[in-house]
Design a protein around this ligand. Structure first.
Ligand code: SF4
Length: 240
């Protein structure tokens, strides 16, 4: 993670970094690695954790609260009515996850400003980056993944993804070693959501048997773009 922070200049002197903590393995890992970095980094920055309670019945914010209290990291848990909004406004057939994620992201941006945090750290890891790359190519017809650092549309908050170089396997191992109290979001599509993403995950697992370094190679490809060998007229000059 330190290498990613350095490569993409993710954290700077005086930053106030809000970490989105869902209660899953990725966000706990992100929070704890950033806290370790904060304690030994030569620059000063502050951290706080934020959990969005989307209102899904049975979501155990108490477990997350206890863990954050124990960690000593400042935190806030925001109750919302996202569940009711999704149930009332989602168009039939549209993705539950994208509506839910959009609402969550909007609330995180609002809270980042409210708590005077200039950065919002999210727990997307290497597998998320390459799966998103494949999803966009297979289903959308676009060559894009995610940015490790990007100014949000609100023009104030910089979104950072410090786990870009960490494979999901490594995070699973770390989360087990740390005995993180994993909490399920309890949403209606938990575990069955995102069939397309699961398909990409399965495909990568299958291909990995033949090409062990495939995920790393796909991630490297994202940082090794040759615009002249693509078809986007915005990137290529006709005379070249
Ligand atoms: S899995 Fe559930 S909580 Fe997560 S984004 Fe999808 S709907 Fe929301």
């Amino acid at each position: 993670m330190g290498r990613a922070v350095a490569d993409f200049n993710l954290i700077e002197e005086g930053d106030r970094v809000m970490v989105g903590v869902s209660g899953g393995k990725d966000s706990y890992t992100l929070l704890h690695l950033l806290e370790r970095l904060r304690k030994r980094a030569p620059i000063k920055f502050e951290l706080m954790a934020v959990t969005i309670d989307s209102g899904y019945p049975g979501f155990r914010t108490d477990i997350i609260r206890d863990h954050l209290l124990e960690s000593g990291i400042p935190f806030h848990i925001e109750p919302t009515e996202h569940y009711q909004i999704i149930e009332a406004k989602r168009r039939p057939g549209s993705s539950y996850c994208s509506f839910c994620a959009r609402l969550k992201r909007g609330t995180l941006y609002t809270l980042a400003q409210q708590f005077n945090c200039n950065k919002l750290a999210l727990g997307h890891h290497l597998d998320d980056f390459v799966e998103t790359l494949l999803l966009n190519q297979f289903y959308v017809g676009s060559l894009k993944a995610m940015a490790p650092r990007m100014l949000a549309d609100n023009g104030h908050t910089t979104v950072i993804r410090p786990l870009v170089y960490l494979a999901e396997d490594e995070i699973i191992t770390f989360a087990k070693q740390m005995k993180f109290p994993i909490v399920c979001c309890r949403c209606p599509v938990c575990g069955v959501a995102d069939i397309k993403r699961r398909r990409m995950k399965g495909l990568l697992t299958e291909l990995q048997k033949e090409i062990p370094f495939i995920k790393q190679s796909l991630l490297n490809a994202l940082g090794n773009v040759k615009p002249r060998h693509l078809l986007d007229p915005h990137l290529t000059k006709p005379a070249d």
